[in-house]
Unconditional design. Structure first.
Length: 466
C-alpha cells in the first residue's frame, strides 16, 4: 500500500477558481469601460449643440479607452496566479503559499536578478522550488512566441502519463520536469527567441545550449527529481538518435523524455503562434503517427492517441476553441489584436449608447381641435343624437364592401381604436400606420372616401358635422 502524501507537501488544483479569475481578467476591463461610459453620461448629459455632442462623445471614448487599457494591463499581471491555481504539484518538504509565489512573479524582477535568487537558494530544494516557479512565469514574457507553452506541455504530459498508468509518485516528478523543460531559454537572449526568420549557425548553437542551461538553473531540484530530471537535458533527443545534445536513441532515452517529447510536439502543432497556423487534433495525430519510430516512441504515440477526445478538449479548455477561430487560425488577425477589437467595440457601443440616452428638449405642441378627428386614434368627435349619417362614413361594426384585398376592413366601434393607433393622450404626434379614416390613394383602391381634409394634417380627412 502506497503511503499518502501529506497535504503540507502538495498543492491541490483549483480549476474552477482559475477559470473564474481568467474570465475576470478578460471580461472585467470591458465591462468596467461600459460602466465608466454610463456614469459619465449620467453625470454629464449630452446637449443639442453639435460641438457639445462632439465633446461629449470624445470624452466618452477617451474615458472608456483609458479604463480599458489600464485595467487590462493590471489584470494580465494576475495570470501567473491563474496558472498556479491550475497546478496539482508535489514539493520536496513543505509547499509554499500560492499567493507568495504569484506575488514574486507579478513583481517582474529582471531575469538576472531572479536567476541570482535561485542560486542563493543553494542546495535547499524547497526554497529553490518556489523561486524556480516564479521563473516559469517570467519565461512567458521572455519568450513571447511560445507563451504558455510549458503549462500546456504539463497538461498533455499528465494525460499521457495517466493513460500509460504511471504511479502517482512518478507522475508528480514528471510534472515538474515538464514544467521546467524549457527553463534554460532564460539564458538565451530574448532578441534571438523573438527573431523572425531562421537563425544562423551561431544563433542555432546558442539555441541548442538551452537544455544544458536548464539543468544548471534547476540544479537544486535535480537530486530530488532523480532520473525524471533528465527530461530537462534530453527533451530534444529523438527515438532514431538524430536529436541533441547527446544523440541518444531508443530506450537509452529516459521514459519521461519520450513522454514530454510527444506532448511538446502536440502543443507546437495545435497552438497558434506568430510564425505558423495551428492544425486540428486529427492533423496533429497524423503527424505523430507519421514520425512514430523515427522521432517519437511508438508506445507513447499510441497512448496520446488513446486519450479520449472529450477529456482532451476539457484539458485544453477555451484556449483550444479560440485557437481555431478562423481569423486567428489563418493569422488574418492575431489573437491579442482580436481581444483588443472586442474592447474597442465595447468603447464604441458605450459611446453611442451614452449619446442616445442623453435627454432631448421638449417641443411646443399646438392644442388639438376637438371638432376634428384625432390624428392618432382616428375616432370621431361626438355628434347629436338622431343626426343623419355623413356621406361616405362607415357604420361601426360593419364591413366596408369597397375594401380591396383578401381581408375585409372593419371600422372600430364606440370606445375602440384602429389597429396600430397610439394613446389619444399623445397629442401632436403623427400617426404612421393606416386607420379607418385614411385619405384615398391616387388609385383609390382599398380606401374609404370620408370627406374634406384636416387643416392640421393634410393627409387625415375630417368627417363633416351636420
Amino acid at each position: 500500500m502506497v503511503a499518502r502524501t501529506p497535504d503540507t507537501m502538495r498543492w491541490t488544483a483549483h480549476p474552477h477558481w482559475a477559470s473564474v479569475l481568467r474570465g475576470a481578467v478578460f471580461v472585467g476591463p470591458v465591462l468596467t469601460s461600459f460602466i465608466a461610459a454610463w456614469l459619465l453620461t449620467w453625470q454629464w448629459p449630452s446637449s443639442s449643440g453639435l460641438a457639445q455632442q462632439a465633446a461629449h462623445l470624445g470624452a466618452l471614448v477617451v474615458l472608456s479607452t483609458a479604463v480599458l487599457v489600464l485595467l487590462d494591463r493590471g489584470g494580465r499581471r494576475l495570470l501567473p496566479l491563474v496558472t498556479l491555481l491550475e497546478l496539482s504539484l508535489l514539493f520536496p518538504k513543505v509547499a509554499p503559499g500560492r499567493l507568495a509565489v504569484a506575488r514574486e512573479a507579478i513583481r517582474r524582477r529582471p531575469i538576472e536578478e531572479q536567476l541570482a535568487r535561485v542560486r542563493e537558494a543553494g542546495a535547499d530544494p524547497d526554497a529553490a522550488a518556489a523561486r524556480i516557479l516564479s521563473l516559469v512565469a517570467a519565461l512567458g514574457a521572455h519568450d513571447r512566441p511560445t507563451r504558455g507553452h510549458a503549462e500546456r506541455v504539463r497538461m498533455f504530459t499528465d494525460l499521457i502519463a495517466d493513460q500509460m498508468g504511471l504511479p502517482e509518485r512518478d507522475q508528480d516528478l514528471l510534472r515538474w520536469a515538464a514544467i521546467l523543460h524549457d527553463i534554460g531559454k532564460l539564458r538565451v537572449p530574448a532578441s534571438l527567441l523573438n527573431k523572425k526568420g531562421k537563425p544562423d549557425e551561431d544563433e542555432w548553437a546558442a539555441l541548442q545550449a538551452h537544455p544544458a542551461h536548464g539543468a544548471e538553473i534547476a540544479g537544486a531540484l535535480l537530486p530530488w527529481l532523480g532520473g525524471w530530471g533528465e527530461v530537462i537535458v534530453q527533451h530534444h533527443e529523438r527515438w532514431d538518435g538524430t536529436g541533441y545534445p547527446l544523440g541518444l536513441a531508443g530506450r537509452a532515452i529516459h521514459p519521461g523524455t519520450r513522454i514530454v517529447s510527444v506532448a511538446d510536439a502536440y502543443d507546437v502543432m495545435t497552438s497558434a503562434r506568430a510564425y505558423q497556423r495551428p492544425v486540428s487534433r486529427a492533423a496533429a495525430y497524423e503527424e505523430l503517427i507519421r514520425f512514430s519510430g523515427t522521432q517519437f516512441d511508438p508506445v507513447v504515440v499510441r497512448a496520446m492517441i488513446s486519450v479520449a477526445a472529450p477529456r482532451l478538449r476539457r484539458t485544453q479548455g477555451l484556449l483550444a476553441w479560440f485557437a481555431n477561430v478562423p481569423l486567428v487560425t489563418r493569422h488574418v488577425v492575431p489573437a491579442t489584436t482580436l481581444a483588443r477589437a472586442v474592447g474597442a467595440t465595447a468603447i464604441a457601443t458605450a459611446a453611442v449608447s451614452g449619446a442616445t440616452l442623453a435627454p432631448t428638449p421638449a417641443r411646443d405642441v399646438a392644442p388639438p381641435d376637438t371638432n376634428q378627428v384625432s390624428t392618432v386614434s382616428g375616432t370621431e368627435s361626438p355628434q347629436p343624437a338622431g343626426s343623419p349619417e355623413p356621406a361616405g362614413a362607415v357604420t361601426p361594426g360593419t364591413v366596408d364592401p369597397t375594401a380591396s384585398g383578401t381581408a375585409a376592413t372593419t371600422a372600430p366601434g364606440p370606445g375602440e381604436t384602429s389597429p396600430g393607433a397610439s394613446d389619444p393622450a399623445a397629442i401632436g404626434s403623427t400617426a404612421t400606420g393606416p386607420t379607418a379614416t385614411e385619405s384615398p390613394n391616387p388609385e383609390g383602391a382599398g380606401s374609404v372616401p370620408v370627406g374634406p381634409v384636416s387643416t392640421l394634417n393634410p393627409t387625415v380627412p375630417v368627417i363633416p358635422t351636420p
